[in-house]
Design a protein around this ligand. Structure first.
Ligand SMILES: Cc1cc2nc3c(=O)[nH]c(=O)nc-3n(C[C@H](O)[C@H](O)[C@H](O)COP(=O)(O)OP(=O)(O)OC[C@H]3O[C@@H](n4cnc5c(N)ncnc54)[C@H](O)[C@@H]3O)c2cc1C
Length: 302
């Protein structure tokens, strides 16, 4: 990384928001991943200038929200990581609409919705991602998904131009959208909810949190469901039926509690996780002729 780009980024975002050689294990819920050349935590207004400076210097940049769907390689990331969670997280409510910055956590956004007696976002309260990551993934749970509540999403394109996209333009499908394909950066989303009753909304959120804690291995670092649900099957059941419950590679393990989760038992490397994912996919394919596709995104050098 050229010193000149570091200096420019410092001028744009402020020295306190520039972190050279930052271990990505600090920014992923898997708690694995080597260092990013530099990690930047810009305020929303500075984002276009940051990406512009990277483009001008010919340096790649990558967007990370809460790192809850990410496996970063042990060799880390060559280039600039822009972390949205720390500086782009404003949320406000107006009538039945909530406007949230890309870095706002779903839990905080859902809680604000509840305090304004707005219903529709309860499903998302326990998903440990940001608004940006949730739009990219069309995150969903317990019968709800982001597609149900998004009204518009503001993005920056590859040339730094801003667009406001309708829900149709986002091409939201099962854990997918057009954002990564088009190299957009989500900067903000407007969610349209409905008037409800705060007590009932909070009760539903609590009920779903209890269900999550009962079924999911929340006591270990992970990136949630490792595989997408294959049509007509459940990934966790296939993995269990293949006899892979508790299967280990180094510090990575198929969760004993929920076979759809790969967990870090304490000292896993990204390579352990990647090898385990490949082994599990191969074994499920061998036994049941079903191809498991990772839901988690891989980034950086392995
Ligand atoms: C314990 C646990 C439970 C989970 N449960 C669920 C669940 O019930 N349902 C579900 O759908 N998911 C679940 N997940 C997965 C994850 O929380 C979601 O996919 C979440 O939406 C990811 O958000 P994030 O901010 O962490 O994204 P990240 O992991 O930081 O990024 C994911 C992808 O989106 C890109 N990205 C992030 N922000 C932006 C942006 N602003 N602009 C452009 N690209 C961006 C990244 O480059 C990356 O490719 C779970 C994860 C864990 C650890």
């Amino acid at each position: 990384m050229k010193q000149q780009l570091l200096d420019t980024l410092e001028q744009i975002a402020g020295k306190e928001n520039i972190h050279p050689n930052e271990p990505m294990s600090r920014h992923t819920t898997f708690r694995v991943g080597g260092p990013a050349d530099v990690l930047v935590t810009p305020e929303a207004e500075k984002l276009a200038a940051v990406t512009g400076a990277c483009r001008e210097a010919g340096e790649p940049y990558y967007i990370v929200g809460n790192g809850s769907n990410l496996l970063v390689g042990d060799g880390g990331i060559r280039g600039v990581v822009i972390l949205t969670r720390d500086g782009m997280d404003e949320i406000s409510a107006d009538g039945v609409r909530i406007t949230a910055g890309a870095g706002a956590l779903l839990s905080r956004t859902a809680s604000l919705a509840a305090s304004h007696a707005l219903t529709g976002m309860e499903f998302a309260a326990g998903i440990p991602g940001t608004i940006g990551g949730a739009v990219v993934m069309n995150a969903g749970a317990y019968g709800g998904e982001m597609r149900d509540i998004i009204e518009t999403v503001t993005v920056l394109d590859e040339t730094g131009v801003q667009h406001v996209l309708s829900v149709e333009e986002l091409e939201l499908g099962y854990r997918t959208s057009c954002i990564l394909k088009k190299h957009y950066i989500v900067t903000q989303a407007v969610l349209k909810l409905a008037a409800g009753e705060e007590q009932a909304i909070r009760a539903r959120m609590k009920e779903l949190a209890t269900q999550r804690a009962e079924k999911q291995p929340l006591e270990y670092p992970s990136a949630g469901s490792t595989f997408k649900r294959p049509e007509g099957y459940f990934a966790g059941k296939l993995i269990m039926d293949a006899g892979l419950r508790g299967y280990r590679v180094g510090g990575a393990q198929v969760s004993q509690k929920h076979c759809g989760f790969v967990v870090n038992t304490g000292n896993a490397t990204a390579q352990d996780v990647r090898t385990l994912i490949a082994d599990v996919s191969a074994e499920v394919d061998r036994q049941f002729q079903v191809k498991l596709e990772p839901e988690i995104k891989m980034l950086g050098e392995f």
